[in-house]
Structure formats: C-alpha cells, structure tokens
Design a protein around this ligand. Structure first.
Ligand code: TRP
Length: 373
C-alpha cells in the first residue's frame, strides 16, 4: 500500500516553505492511501524526461516543491531521465541530447541547488540498466500491459502492438531508478502512482527472494496542485506551443496571457462570468499570492462588471514578477554551459556510487555475486 503526502500549491509554496504543514484536505488522496509528512530522514527521488524545456505547469506541479524539499530531507536526487525519454523518442535522439542542458538550466533557474539536490544524468548511471534487466525477470508482460498510465499513453500515441518494447518496460526501469538510490519518497503526479506501486512490488519480490531487506520501499508524495492547463485550455504541451516556458521573455508572457482562453459566454464586461474552466483563473489559482484578493476578484467576475482584460492584467503582473528572477538566473547559468554540465557530471558520479552499491546487493540475490570480468 502506498502512502501519500500532499504539498500545498506553488502559490503558497513560493511564499513559504510548506513542508511542516504538508497536508491539504482538498488533495485527491484515494482512501486506501494514508497521508504522511515529509521526514528529515527521507531520501527523495524525482525526475523529468528531457524532451523540451520545462514550463509553468512543471513549476507549479513539482519544481516549487522540490526547492522547498531540498532543505528539509536527508538527500534529494533529481534525475534527468534521458534513457526514459528515448523509450518513445528513439527517432529523435538529438532532441533528447540537446534538452539535457535545457532541463538542467531550468533546475538551476528555479533554485535547485546542486549541493542539496543531486543532479543525475540517467544515461551516466549504467547500473540502472543492469538493475532494469534483472527486475524485468520479476515483472510479467500482463502486469506491464495493465499499467493504467502506460495504457493511456499507448492510446494517446496511437501505438498498437507497434510500441517500442522499451516503452512498455519503462515502469521497470523506473523501479530501478527509485530503488537504486534507496529513495523513500517519490513526489509525483497522480499518473505516476502505478509506477511506485510496481516499484514496491519489485522491492517485495527481491526482499522475499533474499529473505531479508535488500531494497527499500518508497512512499508517493502526491502533489495537491491540479494540472495547469495550456493557454488554450487544452493539455499544456511543447508541441502545441500552448505552455509558458520558464525562460519565456516578458513580451511572450504578455502575449500568451492576452491569448488565454476565458469564458466564451463572457462577451461584455458587464456580463456575469464563469471562473470554472477559465484558464486565466486556473493560473491565478496557481500563482496569485493574494488569496483573499483573488476570492474577491472571482466574486466580482461571477457577478459581472469585471472585464477579461482587467483579470489578465493582474495575471500578467504576477507571472512577470514570478518569472523575471527565474529568467535572469537561467540566462546567467546559460552563459557557462561547461559549468552546468560539470554540475551534472559531479552529481551523476556521486549517484553512481550509490547505484553501484545497490546493484551489488541485487546481483547477489540473483546469485551473481561474483563478477568475473
Ligand atoms: N516518469 C517521469 C516523468 O515522465 C520521469 C521519471 C523517470 C521519474 N524516472 C523517475 C520520476 C523516477 C520519479 C522517479 O515525468
């Protein structure tokens, strides 16, 4: 059984470190899952596929929490999951390779500190691939095919039986990521819960095989933030160009805010408007630090007499203020790409030593204790 912890949304997270009161009654916690707090002893693992620069949805859904978490826990690993990105981007390896540094820049820009968050390049830890190969012996094809997130992704990408085998198996690889670093806590969106469940199944099987605790099970840390929509109200995605990237220039921010989908029935400022499904309010919900002011604004909008432009001006100001320091930090680090990659290499080396120790233990369980070459 997974245990779930929730974090406050980014608007609160940005204002104050949220960890102490890390539970929200509004969080979508399935009943069989128990809320738990972030502990000082926790080893946290999070990661992103480097398929493009990160955007505001990543910020509100996970990056802001990671910045808060890095000060509280024993260790936080942040995985640049290039191997996983290749499971459905093998036709565009250059895209994945190019975006490793973009995502690393995003990490640095939002305030992840390599001294407190270990940056790990997945392909730089070949032990993960060996762990994956061993774990695949403990996971059935039907178990992989039943994974609801994989099922949804297969449908979205239109794969039939033509999906890459590596894609079907990536949850086993993710179990390798989680266990390799002895992670106890994995902050995720709801779609990633099945991955943690599978990982814990592998942990159970290995530990039963060994007759002792070789691997550590992990808890899920579920973000309480609803998914941030794209400016057009569809799912935010790089290919649709409807997301606001963390490095966006001021003019692009204003332009995207101006283009945001509002309430199509709200034709004149005097008309009553709807807040639900209104993208501008979804962003204000996520980022407006003045919660009381926002509630008053919503009431006014619902009542009528408040134009879209006034609401968009408020959002534009908030986003400019939020992204300005992030963009500047990003640009500063971008001037020295060698230094950025040195930070990644450094973290990867340290992480590799931990993964190698885990692999030694797992090899032993499979009777592969002795390396002959
Ligand atoms: N699957 C995650 C995503 O698509 C990325 C990821 C890879 C990850 N390995 C991980 C997340 C381990 C948490 C833990 O965003």
């Amino acid at each position: 059984m997974d245990q779930i912890t929730t974090l406050p949304d980014a608007a609160t997270a940005a204002a104050s470190p949220p960890i102490a009161e890390a539970s929200s009654p509004a969080a979508p916690a399935p009943d069989e899952i128990e809320a738990t707090a972030v502990c000082a002893a926790d080893i946290v693992l999070t990661g992103d596929r480097p398929t493009g620069p990160l955007h505001l949805g990543h910020y509100v859904g996970s990056l802001a929490s990671r910045v808060a978490t890095q000060d509280v826990v024993a260790r936080q690993y942040v995985l640049l999951a290039d191997m996983q990105a290749l499971t459905d981007n093998a036709g565009e390896p250059a895209k994945v390779a190019r975006n490793v540094i973009e995502v690393a820049l995003d990490y640095l820009a939002v305030g992840l500190d390599p001294a407190r968050s270990t940056f790990v390049l997945q392909s730089g830890v070949p032990e993960l691939s060996e762990l994956t190969a061993l774990y695949l012996n403990l996971v059935t094809v039907s178990r992989l095919e039943r994974n609801p997130t994989i099922k949804a992704e297969i449908e979205m990408r239109g794969y039939q039986r033509d999906m890459p085998a590596g894609f079907l198996c990536y949850p086993a690889a993710q179990a390798a990521d989680i266990t390799a670093f002895d992670a106890t806590l994995v902050p995720v969106g709801e779609d990633q819960l099945p991955m943690i469940e599978l990982s814990n199944e592998v942990v159970g099987k290995i530990n039963r095989l060994a007759g002792r605790a070789v691997l550590t099970p992990a808890r899920a840390l579920l973000s309480s933030t609803p998914r941030l929509p794209g400016v057009d109200g569809r799912k935010a995605s790089k290919s649709l160009g409807n997301a606001l990237s963390l490095g966006a220039a001021p003019a692009e921010i204003s332009e995207k805010v101006r283009a945001m989908f509002t309430d199509p029935g709200h034709l004149r400022a005097t008309d009553p408007g709807t807040v639900e499904g209104n993208v501008v309010f979804a962003y204000l919900d996520a980022f407006d630090p003045d919660r009381a002011g926002l509630e008053a604004l919503k009431a006014h909008y619902r009542r009528g007499g408040l134009g879209d432009m006034a609401v968009k001006r408020r959002l534009d100001g908030i986003l400019q203020e939020l992204l300005d320091p992030i963009r500047h930090r990003r640009a500063r680090f971008a001037r020295d790409p060698d230094e950025v990659m040195r930070l990644v290499r450094d973290g990867t080396e340290r992480a590799r030593a931990v993964a190698a120790a885990t692999l030694r233990r797992v090899r032993q369980v499979f009777g592969l204790g002795r390396r002959i070459a």
